[in-house]
Every structure is written in structure tokens, then in C-alpha cells.
Design a protein around this ligand. Structure first.
Ligand code: ATP
Ligand code: MG
Length: 297
């Protein structure tokens, strides 16, 4: 039996709704969450951002693009064994629209993934325009969403390349630990190559510091080092290391549902606000007329 205080703390409250009307993008803005390093908080960030943005009344699609399927299970979605997933859409067996599943939040849909997606990485090798397959698969559903978030696997392989070719922007989570910047040089070179050869729209929306333990000197050093490297591309919001974030996936709930008033939920809501602000600054031309007028006023 939960205490009254605990129940009170968990009740979704006014912070769920923003006073400001959310932006409506003419075509969904595609945002990849990527870093080839494993366990840095990509999926946690993708799921929590998707949920926070949908709380703000954005229409959000989360594309699980990792064969581990963590984003799918993290949202409490369990596809039937025979039902199609992102893999079938990528293999052109079905359109993406037929694989989308609802979540507990009305504005948030998920394109689920499972281990079959690992096969796609191999099958794609011999496909025509193999790097831009996901972009073509997403295109028909783009206008149905404001933001489409892609959770990438921990590699620089063909799946991540496809995600970056489909994306307008990429968010890179960086864990506040030793070797935080390790591999980021290779990631940036890869992203630059994709931008110059395959997807000129691609921009780095920002770097987000995750699993921050502000009491330790190590965390402070990493924050400083990342800021020295990436300057104002680093989001102001830092995600604290909290046990609640580690527990939430086990309950199949994003942190904003699992513990709505926790520090971590608040941090991800702030991050979602920052992301929206950056998209509005950089993407004004893709906004619908109505919203553009509202912004201009
Ligand atoms: P992979 O590379 O395997 O896909 P990832 O980069 O997606 O991993 P996550 O799965 O989001 O990383 O996080 C790795 C682990 O750390 C998970 O168990 C997650 O619950 C936990 N975790 C993520 N962020 C935090 C945090 N801020 N505080 C505490 N635990 C966290
Ligand atoms: Mg992951």
C-alpha cells in the first residue's frame, strides 16, 4: 500500500501541460538519438524525450531502431510474436504505418523492434541505396507526426547510418564517466561524411550529459571537458544519475509516467523544452503557417 504522500507525488499534475501551444511541423521533424558507445543513455533519453514531448501535446513517433528492442519494452509495448516490426517495414514487406503500436500516452506511438532487426543490417548490404532505406520508409508517415525520434543501436554500422540519413537532427547523449569523449571524434567524422554525401539537412541538435552525479569531481570534470569541446551545442539540462531512471524500464513506463515529479522526469521535461526551442530557432520554415504567426506575434 503506497503512502498518501507517495500517491500525491506520483499523481500527474499541472506540469503535464504546457501553457504554450506546441509547434506543428508540416512534416515530422526527425531526430536521431545516437552514440556508438554502449550504455550511455540513448534509449532512456529517446523514451523520456518522446514521452515528455507527447505530454506537451506534440504528436510523437518513437522508432525503435535497435535489435535489443529496449525502447519498445521501455514503453511497455509487447508486440505479438507474429506482428510486423520495423524490420518488416525496412524489408518492404509492409508499410511502416501498419507496424505502429499505441502506448499508454495517446499522442505517442512506437514502431517496435526486436532481434530480427539484426538481420536487416546484413541484408541491407546488398540493397539499392542501402543508406537511405529508413528515410524512404518513414517518408509516408512523416506528416502524421510533429516529431519522430529514432533510438539507434550502439554502433556506427548500417542501421545508425540509415538513422542519420533519415534524420534532420541528432542528439548525442554523453555519459558523465571516464572516457566520455572516447569515440566521439569518429562519430562526428561519420556524421560529417553523411552530411556531405548523403543528407545535407543533418545537424547536431545537441549533446546531452547523462548520469550526472554532481557530488563527484569526476562528473564536474567531464561536464567541463564536454563544454570545452562542444560549447553551446551542449544542452543546459543535465540528466542526473538516479535509481528511478534505472527502475522505470522494468515497469514498462517512461520516467514521466513512472515517477512524474522525480528529478529525472523534471530534467527530461526541461530537455524537451530546450530541444523544442532549438528546433524552432533552426526550423522556422518547416512550421505550419498558423504557428509561425503565433511565434511572430
Ligand atoms: P545501448 O547502447 O545498449 O543501447 P543506451 O545507450 O541506450 O544503451 P540506456 O539503455 O538508456 O543506454 O541506459 C543504460 C542503463 O543505464 C540502463 O539500465 C538504464 O536504465 C540506466 N540509466 C540510463 N540513464 C540513467 C540515469 N540517468 N541514471 C541511472 N540509470 C540510468
Ligand atoms: Mg539503447
Amino acid at each position: 500500500m503506497k503512502s498518501k504522500r507517495e500517491q500525491e507525488r506520483r499523481r500527474p499534475t499541472a506540469h503535464k501541460r504546457r501553457a504554450v501551444r506546441p509547434p506543428r511541423f508540416q512534416r515530422g521533424y526527425v531526430l536521431a538519438v545516437a552514440n556508438q558507445k554502449g550504455g550511455v543513455g540513448k534509449t532512456t533519453t529517446a523514451v523520456s524525450l518522446a514521452s515528455s514531448l507527447s505530454e506537451m501535446d506534440c504528436r510523437v513517433l518513437l522508432v525503435d531502431f535497435d535489435p535489443q528492442g529496449n525502447a519498445t519494452s521501455g514503453l511497455g509495448v509487447r508486440p505479438e510474436p507474429a506482428s510486423p516490426t520495423v524490420y518488416e517495414a525496412l524489408s518492404e514487406m509492409v508499410p511502416l504505418s501498419t507496424v505502429l503500436l499505441p502506448t499508454a500516452q495517446p499522442n505517442l506511438l512506437v514502431a517496435p523492434a526486436n532481434i530480427n532487426l539484426a538481420g536487416a543490417e546484413i541484408e541491407l548490404v546488398s540493397t539499392f541505396s542501402r543508406e537511405t532505406k529508413l528515410r524512404r520508409v518513414i517518408e509516408p508517415v512523416r506528416a502524421d507526426f510533429d516529431i519522430i525520434i529514432i533510438d539507434c543501436p550502439p554502433s556506427l554500422g548500417l542501421l545508425t547510418v540509415n538513422a542519420l540519413c533519415a534524420a534532420d537532427g541528432v542528439i548525442v547523449p554523453i555519459q558523465c564517466e571516464y572516457f566520455a569523449l572516447e569515440g566521439l571524434g569518429a562519430f562526428r567524422r561519420n556524421a560529417e561524411l553523411i552530411r556531405s554525401q548523403l543528407n545535407p539537412r543533418l545537424e547536431v541538435t545537441g549533446f546531452v550529459l547523462t548520469m550526472l552525479d554532481s557530488r563527484t569531481r569526476l562528473s564536474q570534470q567531464v561536464v567541463q571537458e564536454v563544454r570545452n569541446h562542444f560549447g553551446d551545442r551542449v544542452f543546459q539540462t543535465r540528466i542526473p544519475r538516479t535509481i528511478r531512471l534505472a527502475e522505470a524500464p522494468g515497469f514498462g513506463q517512461p520516467i514521466t509516467e513512472f515517477d512524474p515529479s522525480s528529478r529525472a522526469a523534471m530534467a527530461y521535461r526541461r530537455l524537451a523544452g530546450e530541444v523544442l526551442d532549438r528546433l524552432l530557432q533552426g526550423q522556422a520554415l518547416t512550421l505550419t503557417d498558423g504557428y509561425r504567426q503565433e511565434v511572430a506575434r
